[in-house]
Design a protein around this ligand. Structure first.
Ligand code: NIG
Ligand code: FE
Length: 408
């Protein structure tokens, strides 16, 4: 078996041995100076001082200059499978119309549904590949991707099949999530309950048999589904062995309570969460996922990340990259900016896009650099990890390794 030691890195942050929940101080970060990583068959065999790891029977991949090495970023919430653009919505919002007003007037999610239905599966695959490859260059080695712009059994299947196919053609790992409960489709003539029943009875079994997704998401909001409507849908999903995740408390509350009630792995958005929801989440096993890209895209409040962490909650940070509310898609910029507004330590920001993001996706094989984990890691051209958030996304990685293989 071929063994290779990669290094030396000026600093290596393992992101290991930190809790999933609660506030973090930078002193809790495990930082190894002049470090190396030993790779065997795409997995990490050892992490330590580069000079200690070198030996005669091991290959060496030398890294030049100053470098800080971290686990590859994990973007735990995106909608990068879509067609079309919503630049018009963006301009309308900036002229004073609200997200919900635009949605009611025919823009919003439904506009992307129309464009995505018109696209072929191949066009969707090409779009995912283009976006995922762009994100890989910025250090993102795992991306969660939602459906939710199909909103019929067949169109949701087209999206999830496109995500599965794209996954086989790129280095990045894509984690698919079924978001057929994104909104009640405008062309569905029955009730919301009947739509959800159609999806759960006809789509859920195919997701299992075709191995298309293990995760079920729903948008709980006045413009989408109520906690009451979603209850039988989530119950059925849980009974079939799916994990639950929720678009919660984006504009109004109710979603995070539903998430905790159904033992969801994550509640995402939370811009409207109050002290009551923050306490509820903190006491639960549900991970809070902040989506600063949606706050920046919509021009609204950030998720109360500081309060969530101080209450003892678990906080991941994701881009929500989508054509409507979060068109930027730059995870590191968004996480860094969230840090400045919410007063987060480097440890909290970096954990939010590595270890804690892995927890939000129930992936225990990544997010830290330690023996046995997938060899997904990135390097930045600096000798001080504090420079990474300081440059708010403008300091770009000079190395990205996926399964131990350097792609950039
Ligand atoms: O996470 N909130 C609902 N869903 C997406 C928006 C999708 C869209 O606007 O197309 C979100 O922000
Ligand atoms: Fe979203």
């Amino acid at each position: 078996m071929k063994k290779t030691v990669i290094g030396p890195f000026s600093q290596l942050l393992t992101m290991a041995n930190i809790p999933v929940k609660g506030a973090l101080k930078d002193e809790q970060l495990e930082v190894i100076e002049n470090a190396g990583i030993v790779i065997v068959e795409g997995k990490i065999e050892a992490v330590g001082k580069f000079t200690d790891l070198k030996s005669d029977d091991i290959g060496i991949e030398l890294v030049q200059g100053k470098t800080v090495c971290l686990p590859g970023w994990i973007d735990a919430h995106t909608h990068i499978c879509f067609a079309g653009s919503r630049a018009k919505d963006y301009a309308l919002r900036n002229s004073g119309k609200s997200y919900l007003e635009i949605a009611k007037a025919g823009g919003g999610i439904w506009d992307t549904v129309t464009k995505t239905r018109e696209a072929t599966k191949e066009e969707l695959v090409a779009g995912i590949i283009k976006r995922a490859n762009h994100h890989l260059k910025s250090g993102i080695t795992t991306i969660e991707v939602k459906s939710g712009y199909g909103l019929t059994v067949d169109e949701e299947l087209k999206m999830l099949t496109a995500i599965k196919e794209a996954n086989t053609k790129i280095q990045t790992d894509l984690i698919p999530t079924c978001l057929a409960a994104h909104m009640k489709p405008k062309d569905w003539e029955g009730s919301a309950l009947a739509y959800l029943e159609e999806i759960s009875s006809k789509l859920f079994p195919v997701l299992k048999s075709e191995n298309l997704s293990n995760r079920i998401d729903a948008f709980i909001e006045e413009s989408a589904f109520s906690p009451l409507e979603i209850a039988p849908y989530f119950k059925k999903a849980r009974a079939m062995g799916f994990s639950i995740t929720v678009h919660a408390d984006q504009f109004s509350t109710g979603g995070s309570e539903t998430a905790v009630h159904h033992n969801a792995v994550s509640a995402d958005h939370l811009e409207a969460s109050t002290q009551k929801e923050i306490q509820l989440l903190a006491k639960s096993n549900t991970i809070s996922v902040a989506l600063p890209g949606a706050s920046l895209g919509l021009g609204c409040d950030f998720t109360p990340a500081r309060k969530i962490l101080d209450a003892g909650g678990a906080l991941a940070i994701a881009s929500d990259h989508n054509p409507g509310s979060a068109p930027m898609g730059s995870l590191l910029t968004q996480a860094s900016v969230l840090g400045t507004f919410e007063k987060l330590s480097n440890a909290e920001v970096l954990a939010g896009i590595t270890y804690r993001a892995a927890a939000a996706l129930e992936l225990d094989d990544r997010g830290t650099l330690e023996k046995g984990k997938v060899a997904d890691f990135i390097s930045f051209p600096t000798d001080n990890y504090q420079e990474i958030t300081y440059h708010q996304g403008q300091l770009r990685p000079n190395g990205v390794w996926k399964n131990g293989i350097k792609s950039t």
